[in-house]
Design a protein. Sequence first.
Length: 297
Amino acid sequence: MNRIACTALALVLCTGAWACTDRSKGQPPAPDLARAPDLAGPVKGSWLPHLRFEPPDLTSSIGTTPLRVVIDENKGVGKLLAPGGLATVASLVSLHTYPGDAVVPTTLQLKQAQNIQGEGELVGETAITLVPAKPLSPQWYALVVSPAAAQLVFFPDPVAPWAKKLPDGRLIVRFHPSVQPVVSVVQVCEARLGVGITFSERVVFTKKLEDQFEITQGGKQLCQPDYPAENSYTGYVWQCPTLDPSLPLTVTIADGIVSNTPAHVPLSEVKGGPPQPIQFVPDQHPGIGCWTWTPPP
């Protein structure tokens, strides 16, 4: 079963747009704009080609969706991947168990975009596809990129929510081939936009939406569900007219959220156990835009 994302909603971005991604059954996950912000700009190294991961971080129920690291040479400011760079980057990409960090045997398929007449106009895309040597078992895995690749491709810092950076500098993108719903991203934005919560796959509720979540400041519930009000989406939004970014905020998720499958697999954390309350404190706020929380690596 491939992941099916919301047809009407994804998380709010700090740029202020509500973004959506439709991941229809049988199609590989498209890059989610809410998880892959435009990183071009005056950031150190940002003129290098950019990475994009498929599936995005914390996606479950991907089935046999291809595992790809796409090198977007058009995202860099006119700079193409250096000659031989694709093979070098590919040698620094691997598949691991998560947690555990055991290497999973794969073969690599490389695809190079064509540079028309050497003028920097590219046709096609540059991508690395990892093909596991045998079917993946039902557990979490991580696509891993070595920090040595930062000589050839852009390694933003911070990278959340579209990937995670380990203390040793490696980038990881976590995924699960089978049904295992988790909270993948929570964003807290200004009052007119409120709070957005995204799951790793479609979920359904066994309680009313307003009873499945508590979003509180000072012990008081301050948000109301905005859209959608029905079940079976991956993203949900709350309007919080009295939200105060100078005060701590807590998001608590009650029991009763399950996968949108006959098995009704309950929501859990990536490393097991029921979801714990998610805390947002003022000194974590970036100063502008939104707080963003993703499960730690």
